[in-house]
Ligand binder design. Structure first.
Ligand code: ATP
Ligand code: MG
Length: 310
């Protein structure tokens, strides 16, 4: 499908990528209410539909080629819109080719294993797209902001030194490198909302009866750690945006724009993979011709031997 890429996709994705090796501060370097001037709200529905359509076509080829997988990791604070983004962006794809895994507080079985164990089990197979709704990055975010969660991981004491976060960053980078060398394309997206937008979205959940079910008192508690999360996000972005698995920071205050951005990132990655339907070999062609002749010979009297072709 080379050549079908619309230019705005490439431009947008370049804007959002965190340059590998750069040192960033989330609050200073990324504006949650940013929208690109070449992507207007009035065109939003059309652009999203365009990505959804491209995604569906690429996904079909990805499955047919069966060599590469795609892993999209979504990270965000509460109410940033992870669920809605997944729902909209993936609305056109074949459900058989996509797996969404949501990572919550680890179970006791999960805590009995190394921290990557539960994520490794949910990786995409070749030909598949997997979405991590929260991901292995929780291990350097929530676990860093709440030291008691690290205690629950029952690590031997000599592995819990001050350098644990830098070690985890290096381990994660190595793991993603390994995946990329094995044909799994790793994409990482941080949906970045402002504190004020989060306040408004929580209030909406409280005020609109149909949204009440989304409200959780623990989200309000977590909001008190806002600055700690901003610091943890900044450190994570600075250490783990790599050439083989870059981070994309998506301005999250405008949902319509955030969804377009995530769609564009997926489409661009698939375009780079450029999956193809396998070539039909001479032997297969021969078999197809024989099958066709046999089926045509079985046509009942009066029926067209092959109503679809010659
Ligand atoms: P939603 O609220 O839209 O359903 P969610 O992703 O916030 O989605 P919740 O069940 O509300 O889901 O929250 C999951 C919680 O699990 C989050 O607070 C997250 O930080 C926490 N969590 C995820 N991974 C870990 C981990 N490895 N250790 C501890 N807590 C984790
Ligand atoms: Mg939640």
């Amino acid at each position: 499908m080379s050549g079908t890429r619309t230019q705005w996709i490439g431009e947008l994705v370049d804007l959002l990528r965190v340059t590998p090796g750069s040192s960033v501060t989330l609050a200073k370097d990324f504006d949650p209410s940013f929208t690109a001037d070449f992507v207007e709200k009035k065109d939003g529905t059309g652009l999203l539909a365009e990505s959804v359509q491209l995604l569906a076509a690429y996904q079909d080829r990805l499955a047919a080629q069966d060599t590469d997988g795609v892993l999209l990791c979504l990270q965000a604070l509460d109410a940033a819109g992870k669920d809605g983004t997944i729902r909209h962006v993936m609305s056109g794809v074949n459900p058989q080719g996509v797996h969404v895994s949501s990572f919550k507080v680890p179970s006791s079985e999960e805590l009995s294993h190394d921290y990557m164990w539960r994520y490794a089990k949910r990786l995409p197979a070749r030909g598949e797209i997997a979405i991590f709704n929260r991901s292995h990055y929780e291990e350097v975010l929530v676990v860093r902001v709440h030291p008691e969660l690290l205690q629950r991981q029952r690590l031997p004491s000599e592995t819990k030194g001050k350098d644990i976060w830098n070690r985890r960053f290096a381990e994660i980078n190595d793991w993603e490198r390994y995946l990329s060398d094995n044909g799994i394309r790793v994409l990482k997206v941080l949906l970045n909302i402002s504190k004020e937008e989060q306040r408004l979205r929580f209030l909406r959940r409280l005020d609109i009866p149909d949204h009440n079910w989304k409200f959780s008192a623990s989200d309000i508690k977590e909001r008190q750690y806002w600055d700690d999360y901003q610091r943890a996000f900044s450190d994570m972005l600075s250490h783990t945006s790599t050439r083989w698995a870059p981070w994309y920071v998506i301005p999250g205050d405008h949902k319509w724009f955030a969804r377009i951005c995530v769609g564009a990132i997926l489409v661009q990655a698939l375009e780079e993979i450029d999956p193809r339907y396998p070539e039909v070999t001479e032997e297969q062609r021969q078999q197809e011709a024989e099958a066709k002749t046999a089926l045509m010979a079985e046509a009942p009297p009066g029926a067209a031997p092959d109503p679809f072709g010659g």
